[in-house]
Design a protein around this ligand. Structure first.
Ligand code: GLU
Length: 311
């Protein structure tokens, strides 16, 4: 004979309060404090290698990085597919496009005489350096800031776009700048300079890290974070996608973008700098700027940055 203990006849069902919990994007977490490496200094980080006089498409010097890429038949580029107007997947065509993609296609054009001789690999901010170091991509063209820390791990072209880090909030938010972020949750992607800058703010916000910039926008919309902080050009894409957001406050940092390549491929860095020079001289840079970014950032000058070289 078995005896049932307790009130076995009373069925109690606990219904979890799921409605009150909005799921967070995968990998969302409160970020660790920035390491010292994030703020390292070095001499002339923006000075790249002087451009080479580039050979005609398809006639790359034997043994060069460019010849190897041409032999393979396509340029493999690490890009973003989440940043509206810079590198995003157009839902109508399924194609990844934007200002960064135009810059990458200019390199393919110079190598092959064909801007479509290209394979685009979508990368998160955090995947950029490993993708170059593992040889998964030939070049990264993905809103990537040239920093002293990164220059130890990858090589950069001359600056092709000058961004500035700022703050995005909902239209009705009282947050008006970096000083108002004390104790507030601020979203940025893992592996970005933006996250390190947020974590270093004297006001002491709570940095929240995610994989992709669209994850930050969703968290802001769901009320899971109070602000997003990253480059003005990325935030401007978000304001175009969500009219209930606004960019506030003075810039937190300069974010000069370079195309990143493996450290060893110095010949390719010179080649890419030659491509950039031609792109800027031909008006192609300005045409792409006007197409994607013109009007998006009021007051921004549609002029290519002046390149700096160290040899
Ligand atoms: N420009 C910054 C960086 O390179 C933020 C942009 C991004 O991560 O996509 O880290």
């Amino acid at each position: 004979m078995f005896a049932l203990s307790g009130c076995a006849s009373v069925a109690t069902t606990v219904i979890p309060n799921v409605a009150a919990q909005v799921p967070s994007p995968g990998n969302a977490s409160v970020a660790a404090a920035p390491t010292a490496a994030a703020t390292q200094q070095c001499a002339d980080p923006l000075a790249s290698l002087r451009p080479s006089t580039n050979p005609p498409p398809g006639q790359m010097p034997a043994g060069s990085t460019m010849a190897k890429i041409v032999q393979r038949g396509k340029l493999v580029v690490g890009v973003d597919q989440n940043t509206f107007h810079m590198g995003f997947r157009d839902p109508a065509t399924g194609q990844i496009q934007g200002f960064d993609i135009d810059m990458a296609r200019a390199v393919a054009q110079a190598l092959f005489g064909d801007p479509n001789a290209i394979q685009l690999k979508a990368l998160t901010s955090d995947q950029r350096i490993p993708a170059l170091q593992n040889g998964d991509v030939d070049i990264v063209v993905r809103t990537m800031t040239i920093t002293c820390d990164r220059l130890k791990q990858v090589a950069f072209s001359a600056v092709y776009y000058d961004a500035k880090q700022r703050i995005l909030v909902k239209q009705n938010s009282p947050i008006d700048g970096p000083d108002a972020l004390g104790g507030k949750k601020v979203c940025a992607t893992k592996g970005s300079t933006s996250l390190a800058a947020v974590a270093a703010l004297p006001a002491k916000p709570v940095p929240v890290s995610v994989s992709d910039w669209t994850d930050c926008l969703v968290m802001l919309q769901q009320g899971q974070v109070d602000a997003i902080s990253t480059d003005d050009v990325i935030l401007a894409g978000m304001t175009a996608q969500d009219q209930y957001t606004k960019i506030v406050g003075a810039p937190l940092a300069d974010e000069p973008y370079g195309m990143a390549m493996p450290l060893a491929n110095q010949d390719f860095v010179r080649f890419v700098n030659g491509v950039l020079q031609n792109t800027e001289a031909s008006g192609a840079w300005t045409a792409s700027y006007q197409r994607w970014l013109g009007g998006l950032l009021p007051g921004a000058a549609p002029a290519p940055p002046t390149p700096q070289y160290r040899d």
